[in-house]
Design a protein around this ligand. Structure first.
Ligand code: NAI
Length: 303
């Protein structure tokens, strides 16, 4: 049995916590002793409108079981205001869960600039603004945990979600770099690709499966990633229905061509099978490891 994971005296911001996955994360953090900022603009799944009651209700739920929480109704695109709420009420910020999100699904040929821009703004700019405002405080105290919410639609692609997939994989790119920059200040940064029964996925998942994908079955991973117990950084985890797995990049051993003589498109065609063969594939963990194969190849021709 592992030690209890507790957050006494720690402050957690969960964005988009007025419903769905964010609500479940906020409730679990509060049950584990955290002071929680419940952020939610209270708009529609398409990013329209606003309603303060979404965040307020979750704060009431937390207070009802003796937990500590405060509501914030700003958009994540004004992330500095959300961080300010944490500082004004609790004097610090330890954990940030970037969870707020919307959908504007359309096949690419029907995509309008407004659909592309709004999805980018909420997911990418919103996560950037909130994290950027929290970052100096996390650096200063030499402790922080940041979780980004990616998606299998970003990792694998999904019909009608070019805007959403772009944003969600972008968040993983952000995760990887912040993990590198944050490490020396004990700021660990991870991403999840969740599956949960929420208004966002209602009607998209068959009802008998939908019933089993309770949002509460995603939150234990998020709370673990938000804790001091977690020492992993830069990870991407698929999670849902009580199952958790880690995702990583894989690259084939590739094919080499003489860099001095150059090579033709026909040479590429001739080696295509080898280029795409994942037998014995490499799993580079960083840029240096990623470049090793190419450098070794070059060395063969410079000796
Ligand atoms: P949801 O629609 O139930 O919750 C999203 C919340 O974010 C809503 O309460 C909404 O009011 C809030 N929100 C939207 N725009 C905001 C803004 N500008 N500022 C502040 N709050 C805002 O959806 P769900 O499913 O709980 O989604 C949570 C996150 O998980 C999203 O980032 C979503 O893209 C991601 N996700 C969910 C999956 C699922 O299976 N439910 C699958 C993959 C990713």
């Amino acid at each position: 049995m592992s030690d209890a994971i507790r957050f006494e005296d720690q402050v957690v911001i969960v964005t988009g916590a007025g419903g769905g996955l964010g609500r479940a994360h906020a409730l679990l953090f509060a049950r584990q002793g955290a002071k929680v900022v419940v952020n939610d603009l209270g708009g529609s799944t398409h990013g329209e409108g606003a309603n303060a009651s979404a965040a307020d209700k979750v704060v009431e739920e937390i207070r009802a079981f003796g937990g500590t929480a405060v509501a914030n109704h700003d958009s994540v695109t004004d992330g500095d205001k959300i961080v300010q709420t944490a500082l004004d009420h609790f004097g610090r910020i330890d954990v940030l869960v970037n969870n707020a999100g919307i959908l504007r699904d359309k096949s690419f040929h029907k995509m309008e600039d407004a659909d592309w821009d709004l999805v980018y703004r909420v997911h990418v700019e919103g996560a950037y603004k909130t994290t950027h405002a929290a970052w100096p405080h996390l650096r200063e105290q030499n402790f922080g945990r940041v979780i980004f919410t990616s998606s299998t639609s970003g990792i694998y692609g999904n019909f009608g979600q070019s805007n959403y997939g772009m944003a969600k994989l972008g968040l993983y790119g952000l995760t990887r770099t912040l993990a590198i920059e944050g490490r020396k200040n004990n700021i660990l940064v991870n991403a999840i690709a969740p599956t949960g029964a929420t208004r966002m996925t209602e009607g998209l998942i068959p009802p008998q499966v939908f019933e089993q994908l309770k949002p509460e079955l995603v939150s234990p991973l998020v709370v673990y990633l938000g804790s001091a117990a977690c020492q992993d950084t830069g990870g991407l985890f698929e999670v849902g229905g009580g199952w958790v797995g880690k995702v990583r990049w894989e690259r084939s051993l590739g094919a080499g061509f003489d860099p001095k003589a150059g090579f033709s498109p026909e040479d590429v065609a001739a080696q295509w099978q080898r280029i795409c063969d994942f037998e014995g594939a490499a799993h580079p963990a960083d840029n240096v490891e990623a470049l090793k194969e190419m450098m070794a190849h070059l060395q063969k021709y410079t000796l």
